[in-house]
Ligand binder design. Structure first.
Ligand SMILES: Cc1cc2nc3c(=O)[nH]c(=O)nc-3n(C[C@H](O)[C@H](O)[C@H](O)COP(=O)(O)O)c2cc1C
Length: 224
C-alpha cells in the first residue's frame, strides 16, 4: 500500500500590502487539513518585513513562517519553494497541485500572469495553473486601479482565473482588523471550496450578523 498522494494548494505571496491576508489564508488551509506549497516573491519580503517585522529567509523559512503565522501548527504540511527556483515542483504541470492562490497579488503579478511573463516562480506557477485548467484565485491589492491593470484583470477573468479584490465586506458583522482580514481570506477559500469558519455568512436577513454571538461588535445596525 502506498501513501496517499500529496496534492497541495500553491500559495503565492507577492509584494503588495496585505500580508495578513496571506497569513490568514495559509492558516485556514492548514486548519482544513490541506497541504500548502508556499512561494514568496522577492518584493514580498519587503512587505512582510514592513508589515510584520519579520525578515523572511529562504534558509530559515520554517521558523520565519511560524513567526509570521503565530504558530507552528500544520507546518509539516507546508513545502517552501524559493521564488527564483524554476526547477521547483509548481513550475511543471505534471506536479500534482490542486490550484493556486495569489494573495495578495500586486499589479505587477497581475500583469505578469495575464501576459504569461513567468518572470519568477510565482508567475510561472500561475501560468502553469492556467494552462492545466486548475483553479487560480488572484487577490489583487491596489487602489485606485489604472487602465492597464483593469485590462489585465479582464484578461485574467477571460482565462478562467477568479479575480478577487482584497475588499472586505462589512455585512458579516466584523469590526476588528482581524475580522475584516479573515473575511477576505474566507472569500478566497470559498472560491476553491475549502471549508472554513473565517466569517459569518449572509443568511438573507438584514442585521442578522450583528445580532449573532460574536458578530457585529461595535457595529450598530440602523434602527436598532
Ligand atoms: C511596502 C510596500 C507596499 C507595496 N504595496 C503594493 C500594493 O499594495 N499593490 C501593488 O500592486 N504593489 C505594491 N508594492 C509594489 C510592489 O512590491 C512592486 O511593484 C514589486 O515589483 C512587485 O513584485 P512582485 O509582483 O514580484 O511581488 C508595494 C511595495 C512596497 C515596498
Amino acid at each position: 500500500m502506498g501513501t496517499a498522494k500529496r496534492q497541495p494548494w500553491v500559495v503565492g505571496v507577492s509584494g503588495a500590502s496585505g500580508t495578513p491576508y496571506a497569513a490568514s489564508v495559509i492558516r485556514a488551509l492548514l486548519a482544513a487539513g490541506e497541504a500548502v506549497d508556499l512561494i514568496v516573491s522577492r518584493a514580498a519580503r519587503l512587505t512582510i518585513l514592513d508589515e510584520t517585522g519579520i525578515a523572511f529567509r529562504d534558509a530559515h523559512w520554517r521558523a520565519d513562517l511560524g513567526s509570521w503565522l503565530g504558530s507552528d501548527d500544520g507546518l509539516d504540511d507546508v513545502r517552501y519553494w524559493p521564488a527564483g527556483d524554476f526547477a521547483a515542483g509548481p513550475s511543471s504541470g505534471s506536479y500534482p497541485a490542486k490550484g493556486m492562490l495569489v494573495v495578495p497579488a500586486t499589479t505587477g503579478a497581475v500583469a505578469g500572469i495575464a501576459l504569461g511573463l513567468s518572470k519568477d516562480l510565482l508567475q510561472r506557477a500561475a501560468s502553469v495553473t492556467l494552462k492545466e485548467r486548475r483553479p487560480l484565485v488572484v487577490c489583487v491589492r491596489e487602489t485606485p486601479l489604472n487602465g492597464v491593470t483593469l485590462k489585465h484583470l479582464v484578461e485574467l477573468d477571460a482565462q478562467g482565473a477568479v479575480v478577487l479584490p482584497a475588499s472586505p465586506g462589512f455585512y458579516a458583522g466584523g469590526s476588528t482588523v482581524r475580522e475584516l482580514v479573515d473575511f477576505v481570506a474566507g472569500r478566497v477559500l470559498d472560491a476553491v471550496d475549502v471549508p472554513h469558519s473565517l466569517y459569518l455568512r449572509w443568511e438573507g436577513e438584514l442585521g442578522a450578523a450583528a445580532r449573532r454571538p460574536g458578530g457585529g461588535r461595535g457595529v450598530p445596525v440602523e434602527g436598532e
